[in-house]
Write a protein of this length. Sequence first.
Length: 259
Amino acid sequence: MKPQIEDYSNVIHNIERIQKKDWFRSYAISANFTINDKDKIKTLFCTTGGSGITVTLPLAANNLDRVIEIFKVDAAIGILSLVPQGADTLNGGAGVNSYVRYTGYRVKSNGTAWFIFDTLMAMEKFFITPIGGHAILLINDTGVPSVKGEFVRVSAAVQEGVIITGVDEDEAIGCFYESGIADGEKTFIVVGGIADILLKDTTAGTMGNWVQTSNVAGRADATNIAPIPPPDHWQEIGHCTETIAPGVNVLCRIIMHFN
């Protein structure tokens, strides 16, 4: 009588699947990086610097059900690019980018391609800021690096560009989301929702006060309790949601809207 031989192929297959799904490592990078099939990396914290870096995904066929996250952690102007390998696609295309700090993507393989399952704080041209602002990606055409909270208007010289608002401006569209973005570079502009705006020096912000552009270019005035009649009424940019003491380069949180 021949000894009975047990078939363990299903057990081995399940063990391999469990091991394959055991992706858990977090890793910090500051240069181009290619994720491989066996490195167990789940999350990459990426410092792009000024020149940018590219992260290349492993082959989708070898990474069924694998989830990978990439996240830009610095405020430098360099772009974080996520691209598939070989003939693979990512959401049907050749890759995606993150432009600003604390943004990124969570992707998953179905065995033939990669798909974005979540955007981490931002999309390529629009995102919701951590405090609840609506930000869109435009181009700094001010001639100088951006200053967080400074107000801007549409540029007449550069497509999708912005320039600093003038004195008592009535065509403001939003404010810079962050400082240090060089002239000519892409930058997020907060155009609605909750925003931190830059007050005119030595003026205070008072919760509930009406906010308008001021007699200092790029700065806001939050000293009026109630709206004032036109034409100044067209300078409205929102209402204060906090009380803050006067000073130099003071940021004040507002609910942003325009007339």
